[in-house]
Write a protein that binds this ligand. Sequence first.
Ligand code: AMP
Ligand code: MG
Length: 423
Amino acid sequence: MTDPLIPPRLRDDCFAMPQGVSWVPVEDALARLRAALLPIAGTERLPGRAALGRILAAGAIARRSNPPRPNSAVDGYGFAHAATGEGVQRLSLVKGRAAAGQPFAGVVPPGQAIRILTGAILPDGVDTVVLEEDCATDATTVAFDGPVKPRANTRQAGEDVTEGAEALRAGHRLRPPDLALLAALGIAEVEVYRPLRVGVLSTGDEIVDDPGAAAEPHQIFDANRPMLLALAESWGFAPVDLGHAIDDPTAIAECLDRGAAAADVILTSGGASAGDEDHISVLLRTRGTLSSWRIAMKPGRPLALALWQGTPVFGLPGNPVAALVCALIFARPALSQMAGAGWAEPQAFTVPAAFAKRKKAGRREYLRARLNAEGRAEVFASEGSGRISGLSWATGLVELPDAAAEITPGTPVRYLPFASFGF
Ligand code: AMP
Ligand code: MG
């Protein structure tokens, strides 16, 4: 087994943008990230029940077919199809019955029938079952109308999954129904990735950690850290709280050191632009390998991508709205890939707009949105990226294309529900 505490080794220049690139379209940025990041190595074996939410590191192979033997899909009477025909059929009943867990040991001769219940293995001589409700019987004979379709009301061995088949692929995240499948196929244990450890760090002199504390007028409570930690947790990762660092290179470096030791990837918020007070950028440029991506997207100023002691760092914007959107659009697929689940594309739906907006060409825009009673997307009244309440108002995002767009009520738009982002 590989050591789970060894983060993936990335090339120092893995986040580098080609020379001369100024504003990077969202798609290009995503493609670059996708090519740069690798799954983390650590795996372990877990019983099915304990593996809920984990990502398979190897395909799950059926130890047994489902169903293991041909059986009856209904309560009724079983017989050999070849001995039946058109019109009223009258078959004498053999003694005994076949039930789930109580197989019939004998043979049913051609032209005779047996009482059979749902889930019972088809006895020798039986390939077809007629539904109880379609029969008349006097306890020695059963009568029904022919013709009956061959193999009616039966399930074939392995018709669902055959023994030896790969039932679930590596990279699949286990959900409750998957536990049913694993159990049905006799798979008691699975090989899964260890949860990706996601460090979350806030920066800024104005930030106060505890929302229960007293705050001076110039201070603000840390909104990003609880949100980003909770996102990591909703995504099935292991959140690692790296606290808050003031805008001081030594303080930030100390937090990043802790992050590099305790996490596989670090999300920071604040200080990611190129301004004087943007210490994350300055620090990563001097002591890490920083690539500042100016992404042609609103909201979201530059996204800072760097390696700190080999650990990838995503420098998200400080604004909570921009931090969330950047986390959903960039960090989620990237983290999913690092966790072993592959690149995660959100499922989008095309719905009519309930709003009007004219946008210029050159950048992609994400608006806080929700569906109204008619299934049309309405957007939050303000696009101001400090309006955190709009995130709670919204149930998803509307994505407007990079190109210019003139949206009027009824125009089809792409709606990305928050559920498509895994929360
Ligand atoms: P910055 O990216 O550091 O320039 O921050 C941009 C804006 O986001 C500023 O108004 C910050 O006060 C605010 N901000 C930064 N970090 C946080 C945070 N963790 N929680 C709430 N607001 C923040
Ligand atoms: Mg700041």
